[in-house]
Design a protein around this ligand. Structure first.
Ligand SMILES: CC(C)(COP(=O)(O)OP(=O)(O)OC[C@H]1O[C@@H](n2cnc3c(N)ncnc32)[C@H](O)[C@@H]1OP(=O)(O)O)[C@@H](O)C(=O)NCCC(=O)NCCS
Length: 177
């Protein structure tokens, strides 16, 4: 596989997934400074400030494009509405995660973004296996992952949640190209 030198754009019916830019930091901070997002993801700080968004965006720019890819989700009418990222941690498989700003929940945006991202990951990024997980008290994300083609492995593991400050049971899922 050749090295991808920039994060590509992924287009879906209503959405464009593209690399975050430093001028996205205020919008990211506005949407992510929400405990209902932080409590459902593993590593996002809460409260979430503009400096947290700037750190995140700076780290994305330095990431190895063979193993990591971060996108913001832009809606045709609403601008940036969320984020989706693939990352590889030491000794762990490639994993996908995402969030959608609360004003935009329940409109099929996470599902549409994930379906588009998985098509790209298999077809263009040439990935064959992607893991994901959702906290047991987050069935909506389970629905999104099922629609994205993920299956439950049956494993439930405790995972740290930074915003809650505790470990939370997480249901493991897997996608195979
Ligand atoms: C989970 C999240 C990404 C969903 O985003 P969204 O754009 O509203 O998702 P969609 O509209 O594409 O789909 C949500 C699905 O969950 C279902 N759903 C919503 N609330 C639910 C609940 N309490 N129980 C079961 N299913 C639920 C919806 O009916 C929909 O399924 P359907 O399309 O089959 O009807 C969003 O709520 C979010 O960002 N939450 C906080 C962060 C997070 O959870 N990230 C994922 C971590 S694993």
């Amino acid at each position: 596989m050749g090295v991808i030198d920039r994060t590509p754009d992924i287009e879906t019916r209503r959405l464009r997934l593209r690399a975050p830019r430093m001028d996205d930091a205020p919008r990211m901070a506005e949407l992510c400074n929400d405990f209902d997002i932080g409590r459902m993801v593993s590593g996002m700080p809460w409260p979430y400030r503009r400096a947290d968004a700037e750190d995140f965006i700076a780290r994305c720019a330095l990431a190895d494009r063979r193993t990591d890819a971060a996108f913001l989700i832009e809606h045709d009418d609403e601008g940036v509405v969320g984020g989706l990222g693939f990352r590889t941690r030491p000794e762990a498989p490639l994993e996908v995660g995402y969030w959608i700003g609360k004003p935009f929940w329940g409109r099929g945006i996470a599902s549409e973004a994930l379906i588009g991202a998985m098509a790209w990951a298999g077809r263009d990024w040439k990935k064959r296996v992607v893991a994901a997980g959702h906290f047991s008290d987050n069935p909506a994300s389970g629905r999104v992952l099922c629609r994205g083609g993920f299956l439950y492995t049956g494993q439930v593991r405790l995972r740290a949640c930074k915003a809650r400050g505790e470990d939370v049971p997480s249901r493991a899922m897997i996608w195979l190209a």
